[in-house]
Structure formats: C-alpha cells, structure tokens
Design a protein around this ligand. Structure first.
Ligand SMILES: C[S@@+](CC[C@H](N)C(=O)[O-])C[C@H]1O[C@@H](n2cnc3c(N)ncnc32)[C@H](O)[C@@H]1O
Length: 206
C-alpha cells in the first residue's frame, strides 16, 4: 500500500493530473498568488512553473507524501523561486496565525481526509486581507453525473489516494468561513464527466 502511495499514485497524478484544459486554468490563476504563499498538497509541483516570481516572496509547499516531494523537488530545480517544503498534512499547517498572503489549493480538497479542519487551518494562517486561490473538482450539478460519481467514488478513493468526487467544495469553503469573490465552473473534459466537474476562483476570509 505504501509502495502504491509513494510510487504509483504519485506518477498517476503527474501523468493524468495536467491535461491541456487544466494546465490552461493553472496558467490563468496561479500567477494571481502574491507575497508569502502556502500551497496545500503540491503533489508533483506542477503549479510551480506558473507562479509569478516578481510577486512571490516565498512559497511554502505543503505535501505529506514523500514520493510527491521527490517529484516536486525536480520541478523546484528548474525554477527560480524560494520554496520551502513542509512535509505534513493540511490538517496540521505548521505556520503562525496570519503568516501568509495567499493560499493555493488545486485538486487537494478532494483528497484531504479532514478537509473541514484543513480549511479552518487555512483561514487561521491567512492574513485578514489574504486570499485563497482554489481549483478543485467535485459534485456535479447534473443528477445523472452525480449518480455516476456516487458509484465511482469508492473506486476512485482506492486508486487516487483517497480522492472524493462527491464533495461540494464551494459549500465547504462557505462553512469554513470563506466568501467566494470570483468563481468559474464547468466540465474540463467531456469524458469522464464524473471526474471533471471543476470550480476555480478566489475566496477571502469572512
Ligand atoms: C490529486 S493530488 C493534486 C496534486 C496537485 N495539487 C495538483 O494540482 O496536481 C492530491 C494531493 O493531495 C495530497 N494530500 C493527501 N492528503 C493530504 C493531506 N491530508 N493534506 C495535504 N495534502 C494531502 C496528496 O499527496 C496529493 O499530492
């Protein structure tokens, strides 16, 4: 199981997690990060290349999976950014209150087991005028797709490291004390719709 998590799952995320429509959204939203930035669940570090070096003072790259950190280290070597890895889960962010200007989460709220705790922690470390940039997938508004999502979720959780496709991320953010200030939504691929219903945008602490 550990071998699967640290070696096979990591490569699945690297290979499947960045098709063209997803890369295009990353290219639009990640350069909006500024100041001291915390990225939750950086995985193989696919967002690193999209940060605007002129705007980011430091990037805290939180990731609990050592196999992912190995891949992300390779990405880090290619870019000129001050990156500090934090090898802990998102439920235990080891930063002071109000320590960061921007938090970034892409396809991570689907996976974090205690996601409500992680969102509370993000709120704690964000400055009052800071922002959360999110790009997540989850429950579809279409009932026929929802049915597939509920059927496929147990398989997806096993294959993709605990990924839930039935989470309603905008509602979780609202319950965690965030106000969404901009958001786009849609299927980023026609097939399989169960995996590709996404939301992306920015939220601020209430
Ligand atoms: C689907 S991958 C997304 C990776 C990357 N953010 C991206 O956009 O491609 C989910 C990531 O969440 C990480 N993860 C799993 N449990 C976590 C936790 N409790 N806290 C933070 N990250 C976690 C996984 O190791 C994995 O790197």
């Amino acid at each position: 199981m550990r071998f699967y998590r640290d070696h096979i799952y990591t490569h699945l995320v690297r290979v499947l997690g960045n098709p063209d429509p997803i890369r295009e959204v990353r290219r639009q939203i990640i350069p909006q990060a500024q100041g001291v930035v915390l990225e939750i669940g950086v995985g193989p570090g696919v967002n690193f290349a999209h940060y605007d070096r002129a705007k980011v003072n430091r990037l805290y790259a939180l990731e609990p999976n050592p196999g992912m950190i190995r891949l992300a280290e390779r990405e880090r070597r290619r870019i000129d950014l001050d990156i500090k890895f934090l090898g802990l889960p998102g439920e235990r962010i080891p930063l002071d209150d109000h320590a960061v200007e921007t938090v970034v989460s892409t396809f991570t709220f689907c996976t974090i087991p205690a996601v409500a705790d992680a969102i509370q922690g993000i709120r704690r470390v964000l400055k009052p005028d800071g922002k959360l940039i999110f790009f997540e997938h989850g429950i579809s508004p279409d009932l026929s797709v929802q049915r597939w999502q509920r059927r496929l979720e147990p398989i997806g959780k096993r294959v993709f490291g605990g990924c839930h496709v039935t989470r309603d991320i905008p509602s979780l953010l609202a319950q965690g004390g965030f106000r969404i200030v901009s958001m786009k939504t849609g299927y980023l691929a026609e097939f399989p719709k169960a995996w590709t219903h996404c939301w992306w945008g920015e939220a601020v602490p209430e």
